[in-house]
Design a protein around this ligand. Structure first.
Ligand code: ASP
Length: 404
């Protein structure tokens, strides 16, 4: 069965508005489209694997100082860079997903995450054990052993990020010292500015290959002026990323209609699914005897998130989105909107902080495979840089609503 490969990338979500991005928008468009087209070319080569293509795309994003990862990573409060990255696949590797954090010297953290996943096929994970999350010095020593490129931490210094770091700390100091009545709402928010896009701005890629495997790669410098030692959603399985596949029993025409309508109240839908589930299991037993038994339908999804990682962590946002899709028979597109779209779970989780801090600001990109048809989806609750190849092969870039 031939599956048409798909690809989508993102370059960060958050307080992105025409007013505060202005003349930088063409730079984002140019970089994202360049990286998308290059990676799509690789994906179309015979035998291309989703994981390799996703890692290739994110490594290019890491090398581009425009994005908050690798060379363009933001600074911690202490003026250091602590990088994070993760990969996950819907099938094919024992570990399924891995996260790396507190990296200061690995040039391309996404390549390290991919190595940790691939080397997980060995009994001792080639030194990483059976672990899915590792961090810091020990992990960087492993990276060196595995032949990955390490750089002087100065490599990650960029003027633009350094100025954002300084401005954030200065603003915080002024507000805390001069206007104490405001300090409550401002402490800790050297991470966010209402008038400037201060990343928030992970990068990520989701790829479906011709074999039907979905891979997700995500990489970040984290939040500007985060506390040193802070670990976000990007290296945390289920928070900032997820990939999974399962076999779905063929649905009855009635359930197909319900799924397409998508508007049946959840309780009724749940009740109906329970009844159908019992019936399917009952008939499956009998159909086991028959050669012409309808085959199960392959269903796979992949999600990469961007935005305020603390909000993603509190909601286990990526896995929650996947679970909505898997267990309530909603399309991944609808599940993403429910969690990361306007007025969705992530926005609501910010409460009164919405629009006052970066909390709740979010975006997600994803791919859903049903049987042999893959579709691209995404949503966000403010702005999100994204680029993807459409059904008919066009490369599209967007940052705001209505761009696509
Ligand atoms: N989600 C990541 C974090 O909070 C980075 C980002 O998208 O800002 O660390």
């Amino acid at each position: 069965m031939s599956i048409k490969p798909r690809i989508i990338i993102h370059g960060g979500a958050g307080n992105i508005t025409p007013g505060n991005i202005g003349e930088k928008l063409p730079q984002y468009r140019k970089s994202l489209l360049r990286i998308l087209k290059d990676s799509h070319g690789l994906l179309l080569k015979p035998g291309a694997r989703a994981l390799d293509v996703a890692v290739h795309a994110v490594a290019l994003l890491e090398d581009d100082p425009l994005f908050n990862c690798g060379k363009g990573a933001v600074f911690t409060r202490d003026g250091t860079n602590e990088l994070e990255a993760s990969v996950m696949v819907s099938n094919g590797y024992k570990k399924r997903g891995v996260g790396c954090s507190l990296l200061r010297q690995v040039k391309n953290p996404i390549k390290l995450a991919a190595e940790m996943l691939k080397r997980g096929e060995d009994e001792d994970g080639d030194g990483a054990g059976n672990h899915c999350q590792l961090s810091g010095k020990k992990l960087e020593q492993l990276a060196e052993t595995w032949g990955l490129e390490l750089v002087d931490p100065k490599y990650f210094w960029t003027k633009n990020r350094w100025e954002q770091h300084k401005r954030g700390l200065e603003k915080e100091a002024i507000l805390v010292n001069v206007e104490p009545e405001l300090s409550h709402s401002v402490v800790g928010d050297a991470t966010w500015d209402p008038d400037e896009y201060v990343p928030q701005g992970t990068t990520g890629c989701v790829v479906l290959d011709s074999f039907g495997t979905i891979a997700v790669a995500t990489s970040t410098g984290g939040l500007t002026n985060k506390n040193t030692g802070r670990i976000g959603d990007t290296p945390t399985i289920g928070a900032g990323f997820w990939a999974e596949e399962w076999l779905q029993q063929p649905l009855s025409p009635l359930n197909d209609i319900l799924r397409i309508a998508g508007s049946v109240p959840n309780i009724l839908q749940g009740l109906y699914n329970d009844i159908v589930g019992v019936a399917c299991r009952h008939f499956a037993k009998r159909e086991d005897q028959i050669d012409s038994r309808p085959r199960d339908i392959r269903h796979a999804i992949g999600i990469s998130g961007t935005g305020n990682g603390d909000s993603f962590l509190r909601l286990s946002a990526a896995r929650t989105t996947a679970a909505i899709s898997k267990y309530s028979y909603r399309s991944l597109a609808k599940a993403i909107t429910q969690v990361a779209g306007p007025g969705g779970d992530l926005q609501n989780s910010a409460g009164d902080d919405w629009g006052q801090t970066g909390l709740g600001e979010a975006g997600m990109i994803g791919i859903e495979l049903i049987d042999d048809v893959g579709s691209i989806c995404f949503d966000y609750n403010r702005g999100m840089f994204r680029a993807y190849i459409t059904d008919d092969g066009k490369a599209v870039f967007g940052a705001f609503r209505g761009d696509d």
